[in-house]
Design a protein around this ligand. Structure first.
Ligand SMILES: NC(=O)C1=CN([C@@H]2O[C@H](COP(=O)(O)OP(=O)(O)OC[C@H]3O[C@@H](n4cnc5c(N)ncnc54)[C@H](O)[C@@H]3O)[C@@H](O)[C@H]2O)C=CC1
Ligand SMILES: CC(=O)C(=O)O
Length: 316
């Protein structure tokens, strides 16, 4: 449960993703204190100083400082972004061997501090790492979540916005499953201006004849790879996603976000973390919204579960 005064967020890993997420948290003034930890203490120190130097021009002062694992004891949220920039032409599951040792070490240090807040996992492969962090930490299910398909859902909306020329915030619905190649757009949930998206396209053939759901879905799936290819990693989209999740939890906003959370019977799945719409509260990931997915969508969710579960095997 977060403290009433929304006191402290810790980010472990201050590379491209961690430092940009820190900037998002600072610019939105989400907490009183932001503590940065990195394997290279000088890197965290430099980022903290640089972030704090904008204090005069921020709406609210968030004190940013470098810290160590003892700072996790009283933290409300620990965000984990350790890893490495994704290699070109790789996939997220291929990062498992590199990341798992780092994440295990981080979880042990965080828990040794006496931490009892919410872990937000970002490191890839995020669904596997969130499950591993949940198991390894011994924390309740609500207190460990991954960013899941929250970023992919935002990407889907952005791409629909690009294709139609409309504001992406007109789009409702979810990308679900693995934050990886087996993710899927749950088209039965996707709407534009309140109309099912497929019906919206059919009703506006003359304007949007070139737009297809298959193409939008594929562009969404490939968006991360495209950005990695062009600039060597992704940071802004995920940073906004992390800041949004942190805000929702810290301020007990109760937004429904497709974070990666433990399925314990929902959708007929057990013991696996996947991106599904979940109500976020001050204590983390609460009720999963169990949608009436179409049969083909449910089959895709099961496929994602199978892939994620296979990669969890043997990690403990
Ligand atoms: N879930 C998602 O949607 C996304 C996940 N990611 C993932 O985020 C992770 C980080 O990516 P980048 O920031 O681009 O990499 P990066 O290489 O820029 O930063 C990684 C940072 O982690 C630090 N680090 C490594 N081991 C550590 C340890 N044991 N303790 C403390 N710090 C440690 C490094 O010193 C470095 O500063 C990767 O796993 C990447 O795949 C990236 C974008 C989106
Ligand atoms: C790197 C990654 O996971 C993404 O941008 O989707």
């Amino acid at each position: 449960m977060v403290t009433a005064n929304r006191n402290r967020v810790v980010i472990v890993g201050t590379g491209q993703v961690g430092s940009t997420a820190a900037f998002g948290i600072v610019t939105h003034g989400l907490c009183n204190e932001l503590v940065l930890i990195d394997h290279f203490a000088d890197k965290a120190l430099g980022e903290a100083r640089d972030l704090d130097d904008g204090s005069e021009f921020q709406d609210r002062h968030v004190k940013v400082r470098v810290g160590d694992y003892s700072d996790c004891k009283d933290a409300d949220i620990v965000v984990i972004t350790v890893g490495r920039k994704p290699p070109a032409n790789s996939n997220r599951m291929a990062e498992l061997g590199f990341t798992v040792g780092l994440v295990g070490d981080v979880i042990d240090h965080v828990m040794a501090s006496g931490f009892d807040g919410v872990i937000v996992m970002v490191s890839n492969p995020v669904d596997v790492m969130a499950w591993y962090a949940w198991k390894r930490s011994g924390l309740p299910r609500t207190q460990v979540l991954g960013t899941g398909t929250a970023l992919d859902t935002s990407r889907l909306k952005t791409i629909i916005g690009e294709e139609t020329g409309l504001d992406p915030r007109n789009v409702g619905g979810f990308v679900m499953g693995e934050h990886g190649n087996s993710q899927f757009a749950a088209w039965s949930t996707v709407s534009l201006g309140g109309k099912p998206f497929a019906k919206f396209l059919a009703d506006n053939q003359s304007r949007f004849s070139s737009v297809s759901t298959a193409e939008v879905e594929e562009k969404t799936r490939r968006r991360g790879d495209e950005i990695v290819r062009t600039k060597g990693g992704t940071n802004f989209g995920i940073a906004s996603t992390v800041a949004g999740i942190v805000q929702t939890i810290l301020w007990d906003e109760r937004r429904i976000v497709p974070v990666s959370t433990l399925l314990d019977g929902e959708y007929g799945e057990h013991d696996v973390f996947l991106g599904v719409p979940t109500e976020l509260r001050a204590n983390g990931a609460n009720e999963i919204v169990e949608l009436d997915l179409a049969d083909d969508e449910l089959a895709k969710l099961h496929r994602s579960a199978q892939i994620v579960r296979e990669h969890c095997e043997g990690l403990l």
